[in-house]
Design a protein around this ligand. Structure first.
Ligand SMILES: CC(C)(COP(=O)(O)OP(=O)(O)OC[C@H]1O[C@@H](n2cnc3c(N)ncnc32)[C@H](O)[C@@H]1OP(=O)(O)O)[C@@H](O)C(=O)NCCC(=O)NCCS
Length: 236
């Protein structure tokens, strides 16, 4: 069971409550400081389990260090039913780039597709006022989610080429966060961004055109890829 420790629950400040399902969205107080000083393995364990399950990978294929990096951000929101963790999302602030970067977001498989990821992302974004939102992904569901969080997003299946005035902004964000990787300026695709595909097979959204665009652009073979998109959106 993905049970949050009492210490973790104490840091949760209720953000919204969905009565029908009993799922609470909470904002986590000072995550960077909390995860830096808390060495109890029971603290990270529910996050590790949700991440592995949400990505459809065995636990030993999801690095605990990677999970720790993704929760130790500027902002963290959690979805939980009582003390059972169901999902989480984290945000990095890049004030110099006037951007917030959605760093990690994952929902347990049983609650994917119910709009809870959107609620978690909105809880984070309400804490900030930057002009831009960015994220990297190889999951079409993330693009569909990002489209709801922004009034304009680059690239899209309809506009796969990045306009020249947008390129320097994406480039600045990407080189700050991923200095060892390369980004194609005209498509915002990073080839070989991940050492291995994050999923057994790239997930499917409910938008077939988006799924096909991901498969083609990320050169999916047998449903997998190591490439990723950077998305950059103008916040609503
Ligand atoms: C990506 C993710 C965080 C989105 O959270 P969520 O709570 O599922 O988000 P939403 O319910 O708002 O769904 C967003 C879109 O994803 C698609 N989607 C999500 N779950 C789906 C499912 N089980 N079946 C089909 N489509 C699904 C839908 O197209 C949906 O939009 P729509 O309802 O308007 O069609 C979640 O699906 C997840 O944890 N995926 C695995 C981990 C991952 O890839 N994280 C992102 C790494 S960058």
């Amino acid at each position: 069971m993905k049970i949050l420790t009492a210490d973790t629950l104490q840091r949760c400040e209720q953000y919204s409550h969905t009565d029908a399902t009993g799922i609470t969205c909470s904002l986590f107080q000072a995550p960077r400081e909390f995860f830096a000083r808390n060495a109890d393995p029971r603290v990270l364990s529910p996050f590790h389990e949700v991440a592995a399950e949400g990505f459809g990978m065995p636990l030993d294929h999801k690095s605990l260090e990677g999970v720790k990096r993704h929760v130790s951000d500027d902002f963290l929101s959690l979805a939980h039913r009582g003390s059972e963790l169901l999902g989480f999302a984290s945000l990095i602030c890049l004030p110099h780039e006037d951007t917030v970067h959605l760093h990690g977001i994952v929902m347990a498989s049983e609650v994917q597709g119910l709009g809870i990821g959107l609620a978690l992302a909105n809880a984070l974004l309400k804490q900030t006022t930057s002009a831009w939102l960015s994220f990297t992904t190889q999951n079409p569901c993330m693009f569909v989610l990002g489209r709801k969080l922004t009034r304009l997003i680059f690239p899209t299946p309809e506009t796969p080429r990045i306009p020249s005035n947008i390129r320097p902004i994406g480039n600045a964000v990407f080189s700050k966060l991923c200095p060892n990787d390369t980004l194609d300026q005209s498509t915002f695709v990073s080839r070989g961004f991940y050492g291995s595909c994050l999923y057994q097979a790239l997930p499917r959204s409910r938008d077939g055109a988006v799924n096909r665009w991901f498969d083609e652009t990320l050169s999916a073979k047998d449903g997998t890829s190591t490439d990723a998109f950077l998305f950059l959106g103008v916040r609503t």
